[in-house]
Design a protein around this ligand. Structure first.
Ligand code: GLU
Length: 474
């Protein structure tokens, strides 16, 4: 083999979600590894849009945008499967000519009856049509027929999957599936093999929901005397309740993750560790694309399904959000987020201070919308409850007076000054901290008082406290 050629072949019948991304990512990684030794290796993208009813332009757009955002770059323009239909039909014709396929004129009614009868007699539905194949008249017909593959009656169909190992099935278990429908359109089973062959794909990496298709697809390869590719079928991702990944678990568009403020580093780090771990003994689980390309081994992927959890993704995202190298992402994110963009335009310094203070607990950037709001309100309305009505009004007034005298409004100095005030007044921190947090940000939870004062700045801090005092006096 002088090159490795892989492809990602999504059907644009839905948004690009985590499962699809994982497949694309693995195909991409394998080719980046191969390119080091075999520079002609390629990773292609093929949009499988032959199901015209379910395929939508918006989904193709979603797939392209998602891959682009994650930097999963393919090597040529995406191939559009529907533009190759003539070629698929040509191959079906060739298979007919070479007696590797046959015409079938069974109507749907006949096939339905057969299915019912089989069910009654507990016979498998593998060979629904048994009569057309050897009927000379049917084979000479020119109209209204489907084309079915001929399947050997005996023998075995075997292959070695890089992840799943050796897999074997008796030919009698394989159905004589349709290659061309009555209206002349090719089926997925035919199109996928023809396109993979034409693109020179020699390594197919995809979800293990396609494992059973290999037996059928290999029949086409063999009938055409084409070399059968290598296969790696990746176990599917499940949610933490063990069920197949659904919208609820994160099977939402990858672009929705981006809009929430997840970073590509976190998505890739999270996905690559589903069913695989690097050999090295690590203190942490952080690994980025270059290192992954250096150490990934597809044959070591676990055969059992892996679990996706938001908790883990948030853990990675928090790590990458905090990293100095990624500070560029925040501004970029804000440019595309209407609400945050307003804050940045209003007072970028203040917004950055908010981020710096809150980043230690931030799961994704969108959370900043609600956080920043509190700091940007001109007139913060605090909830006056029984507790806040009884705050030590005198102490708070004195503290405000004290704040007014502070010249250096830097965070370290603010901390020192607050400590001094507490010492001077011989009070517990909480008797000042609890009321102040409520007065300043209308919340019982949040960062330290020094941090809150730092973000708000001297003028707004003093104003908010004054505002409380004047309300209290009413
Ligand atoms: N288009 C198929 C899908 O989206 C994938 C085909 C393949 O990888 O062979 O499930």
């Amino acid at each position: 083999m002088n090159s490795i050629v892989t492809r990602f072949a999504p059907s644009p019948t839905g948004n690009l979600h985590l499962g699809g991304i994982r497949t694309a990512l693995l195909n991409y990684i394998i080719v980046q590894q191969a390119k080091k030794k075999l520079p002609n290796s390629k990773f292609y993208l093929r949009i499988e849009d032959t199901d015209k009813e379910r395929s939508k332009e918006e989904y193709t757009k979603d797939i392209l945008e998602g891959l682009n955002w994650l930097n999963i770059n393919y090597d040529a323009k995406p191939q559009i499967q529907s533009s190759n239909i003539k070629r698929h039909q040509q191959i079906a014709k060739k298979l007919l000519e070479n007696k590797k396929a046959f015409k079938c004129i069974c109507s749907n009614e006949i096939l339905d009856k057969k299915r019912e009868l089989n069910k009654k007699n507990k016979i498998s539905n593998k060979r629904l049509c048994e009569t057309c194949e050897n009927d000379y008249e049917v084979q000479s017909t020119q109209n209204d027929y489907t084309v079915r593959i001929k399947v050997p009656k005996d023998g075995k169909n075997e292959f070695n999957d890089v992840i799943q190992g050796k897999i074997s099935v008796d030919n009698k278990e394989i159905d004589n599936f349709i290659l061309l429908r009555k209206d002349g359109t090719p089926t997925y089973m035919l199109s996928v093999v023809v396109d993979d062959f034409d693109m020179g794909v020699n390594f197919i990496i995809r979800g293990d929901d396609h494992l059973n298709n290999v037996f059928r697809q290999n029949l086409i390869y063999k009938a055409m005397e084409w070399e059968v590719p290598q296969y790696a079928h990746i176990p599917l991702i499940h949610g933490n309740d063990g069920k197949k990944l659904s919208k609820r678990h994160g099977a939402i568009s990858i672009n929705d993750f981006r809009n929430e403020g997840y970073l590509k580093e976190s998505i890739i780090n999270n996905l690559i560790l589903l069913g695989w771990s690097p050999n090295k003994i690590e203190k942490d689980e952080f690994i980025q694309i270059d290192e992954i390309i250096g150490s990934f081994d597809i044959s070591k992927i676990s055969k059992s399904s892996s679990i996706f959890s938001y908790e883990k993704l948030n853990f990675f995202n928090n790590h990458y959000i905090k990293s100095k190298d990624n500070s560029k992402y925040l501004i970029k994110y804000c440019e595309n987020n209407k609400n945050l963009n307003i804050f940045i335009k209003n007072d970028k310094d203040k917004f950055i201070k908010i981020f710096e203070v809150y980043k230690k607990n931030l799961n994704f950037y969108k959370e900043l919308e609600n956080i920043a709001k509190i700091y940007f309100f001109d007139n913060l309305e605090i909830n006056f409850n029984n507790e806040s009505k009884n705050y030590d009004y005198k102490l708070i007034s004195e503290f405000n007076y004290f704040l007014d005298k502070i010249k250096n409004w830097h965070i370290d100095n603010l901390k020192k000054e607050i400590d001094n005030f507490i010492l001077l007044k011989k009070i517990k921190f909480s008797s000042l901290g609890i009321p102040l947090r409520n007065i300043l940000i209308n919340s019982s939870k949040g960062p330290g008082i020094d941090e809150i004062l730092y973000i708000l700045g001297k003028k707004t801090s003093i104003e908010r406290i004054k505002n409380y005092i004047s309300k209290k006096q009413l």
